[in-house]
Design a protein around this ligand. Structure first.
Ligand SMILES: C[S@@+](CC[C@H](N)C(=O)[O-])C[C@H]1O[C@@H](n2cnc3c(N)ncnc32)[C@H](O)[C@@H]1O
Length: 284
């Protein structure tokens, strides 16, 4: 089964656009201050998908090179065809490949990049077998004052009020969904970062919609919930003998619409846990 193939769909591209909008409130001020009074910055965007967000986030004139790495060769090719130029470079790479470090050094040498001032890891660590290994491997590639921006979810702090039972049922299924990644990574990040030699500053811990914020609730549904019915249908098709996935599919037809109704009710507040960190080298 190709777990990562879920990243190739148009629905996933649309979801990433909504996600980008929701995160921009927090990312934009950070990036604005990071770019201020700088020049010739080099950025590494890991798990860059089709490149739109790399261009939108890192198109600032202070940035001279953006190297985007993407697991899916077809998606990386599309990114390079659409956005590749003197500044933006996209290639396919599994960042868990054994020879990642020499491979990356080769790419950097070809592009004239000595180190990265910013490394972006947005919703990628949760899809890796060994996220901590990548964090350790990246440290030597960071410039002395360089930063890593990490964005992950943290379902352990999510809540729906006044009645959170259906949200908890949803999150329990999501934890077992092989397409949804390891959703506990966000919670484990502070410890992981410390062990890998980073100092981490928390930038955002939740995306929240107040009771009256219907449009924002719809965006949160698109970002955090909308893929589950697609996943359940795909998993049922791939594993027709799996009782658990048949139960999920039936849940998406009965309870899931009620969960969405509950979220959109003017009586409910929704908060989805996030773990957004700006990381720099620990000072010795
Ligand atoms: C949820 S998407 C996030 C895309 C983008 N970073 C964003 O925040 O919009 C995760 C991306 O990471 C890529 N990815 C997953 N595992 C990877 C790996 N081992 N190496 C490189 N990219 C990977 C996926 O193919 C996908 O494009």
């Amino acid at each position: 089964m190709q777990v990562t193939s879920v990243f190739q769909s148009q629905a996933e591209a649309d979801r990433l656009a909504v996600q980008s909008l929701l995160l921009s409130d927090m990312e934009t001020p950070f990036l604005r201050s990071f770019f201020q009074n700088q020049k010739n910055l080099c950025v590494l965007d890991i798990g860059c998908h089709s490149g739109e967000k790399s261009v939108a986030r890192f198109g600032d004139p202070t940035v001279s090179h953006v190297l985007g790495l993407e697991l899916e060769p077809e998606v990386a090719r599309l990114a390079e065809a659409r956005f590749g130029d003197q500044r933006f470079h996209f290639c396919d790479c599994d960042v868990e490949r054994e020879d990642f470090e020499p491979w990356l050094r080769g790419q950097m040498q070809a592009l004239g990049i000595r180190s990265f001032d910013l490394i972006n890891l947005s919703f990628v660590l949760l899809f890796l077998c060994e996220p901590e290994t990548l964090l350790k491997r990246l440290l030597p590639f960071l410039s002395p004052e360089g930063k890593i921006l990490i964005t992950e979810t943290d379902d352990s702090t999510a809540f729906l009020e006044p009645d959170g039972e259906r949200l908890r049922d949803f999150l329990a299924r999501l934890r077992e969904d092989p397409y949804a990644g390891t959703r506990s990574v966000g919670k484990r990040l502070p410890e992981m970062l410390r062990r890998c030699g980073y100092r981490a500053e928390l930038l955002c811990s939740a995306l929240r919609a107040e009771a009256w914020e219907t449009e924002r609730k719809k965006q949160l549904i698109a970002m955090f919930f909308s893929y589950f019915p697609e996943d359940a249908a795909l998993l049922c098709a791939h594993f027709p003998e799996e009782e658990r996935y048949r139960e999920w599919l039936s849940w998406t037809r009965t309870e899931y619409p009620l969960l969405l109704e509950q979220i959109l009710s003017p009586a409910s507040t929704l908060s989805m846990g996030m773990a957004v960190y700006v990381c720099s080298r620990q000072k010795v």
